[in-house]
Design a protein around this ligand. Structure first.
Ligand SMILES: [Zn+2]
Length: 385
């Protein structure tokens, strides 16, 4: 055997080893199921495809949880996991399903709005595949997903993504971004079908307001904030004032009138519901950081961002304490509670009220105490997400 043939066989073996090794890792993430325990507030469950049968059997279908107080009032829809690489949003939605108690009106919670995107990490991003939160009974493990729907479920991307129905031209990959495909299209691509199903849910369930939870870079101006259209500006401002005075700084950004496809614009323009989009500052998402590790996602501590903070380059406060998952997930719940309180003052005939541990509790006790042990849960209460 010549040296050349030997080198070719060796290269082919290395290629196959990478293919099989990488493929097994991808398959592990794609098929891993998170355990969620339905808490005492949950009164029913459903699927997004109940509102658009064309989603049934696809990776865009996902679970809904109803928390109905049984008392008259309004309805709030809380979306987690629109961008699965912003996991504080999914963590907050899990805690809501496991711990929230509705007191007036009804909550609908979707922990994995972009379930497809939660089954793939960012290509070439060197992301961790999972993040785990320590609890008294073991670890609550979450998939670490990507911002976009999994290319296995929607491919190829067009040259230019033409948003429906505005015909505004957007970046081609945003065709897989479920926060650029509102209000959706029932016979469109997967991400458009997800938007159409959610709009139908909002109409059929008479949703009064929607909270879409996210994480954002600290080097990005739209962070640490509530994004609201005109219809929700007063409610958002009062919620922000109250929280800034009592718990943590948060401000309001207006929803741009011509920025199409985003929840805070299209839900306002195509339904009776008022949308709010929440951004928690997430250091993992910033580009100039150290390695993208599970620890960075959980504690948000990074020396390069600290250097940027000292030079006044960040759009939020930042110090050695980082921005922990406790703070970020807690903000989503505390802001949602506060928006419900302000909503109810403006709309006394459509009150929404619920209790749930949030920012103060998570910062004081960690997140561990707020996840229920699936092994000790009553029969029938564990759902695989
Ligand atoms: Zn986002």
């Amino acid at each position: 055997m010549t040296r050349l043939i030997f080198a070719k066989i060796l290269a082919a073996c290395l290629f196959l080893a990478c293919l099989v090794g990488g493929g097994l890792e991808m398959r592990g993430l794609r098929t891993y199921k998170e355990s969620l325990v339905k808490g005492p507030g949950v009164t029913g469950t459903g699927r997004l495809s109940d509102y658009l049968p064309a989603l049934k059997g696809s990776w865009g279908d996902t679970n809904l949880y109803f928390l109905d107080s049984g008392k008259p009032g309004g309805t709030a829809l809380i979306l987690g996991g629109t961008h699965p690489n912003e996991p504080s949003s999914i963590v907050a939605a899990f805690v809501l399903v496991e711990q929230a108690l509705p007191e007036a009106g009804k909550l609908i919670v979707i922990p994995h709005y972009n379930r497809s995107g939660s089954t793939a990490t960012q290509p070439m991003g060197a992301y961790p595949q999972f993040i785990s939160i320590k609890t008294g009974w073991g670890e609550q493990k979450f998939r670490m997903g990507d911002r976009l729907a999994n290319p296995l479920d929607q491919w190829p991307d067009p040259e230019v993504y033409v948003h429906y129905p505005s015909r505004q031209m957007l970046s081609n990959v945003d065709m897989r971004n479920v926060n650029r495909t509102w209000p959706g299209r029932a016979d469109g691509a997967l991400a458009e079908r997800i938007g159409a199903a959610a709009m139908e849910l909002i109409r059929r369930e008479k949703v009064d307001f929607v909270v879409d939870t996210h994480g954002a870079e600290l080097l990005y101006p739209v962070t640490n904030c509530i994004v609201a259209p005109d219809q929700g500006a007063s409610i958002a401002q009062l919620a922000a004032l109250d929280l800034t005075a009592t718990e943590f700084e948060v401000h309001v950004e207006p929803s741009p009138a011509k920025f199409r496809g985003v929840s805070h614009r299209e839900i306002a323009d195509h339904s009776e519901a008022v949308p709010f989009l929440l951004e928690s500052p997430d250091p993992f998402l910033d580009q100039p950081t150290g390695p993208k590790t599970e620890a960075l996602e959980l504690d948000g501590k990074d020396e390069f961002l600290l250097a940027a903070a000292r030079r006044g380059l960040l759009f939020t406060d930042y110090d050695e304490k980082g921005k922990s998952m406790e703070e970020r997930a807690g903000r989503h719940i505390s802001v949602s509670r506060q928006l419900a309180a302000q909503w109810s003052l403006f709309n006394p005939e459509r009150i929404v009220a619920f209790s749930c541990p949030g920012y103060a509790e998570f910062v004081a006790n960690g997140l561990g105490p707020y996840f229920r042990d699936p092994a000790a849960a009553p029969e029938g209460s564990v759902v695989l997400e």
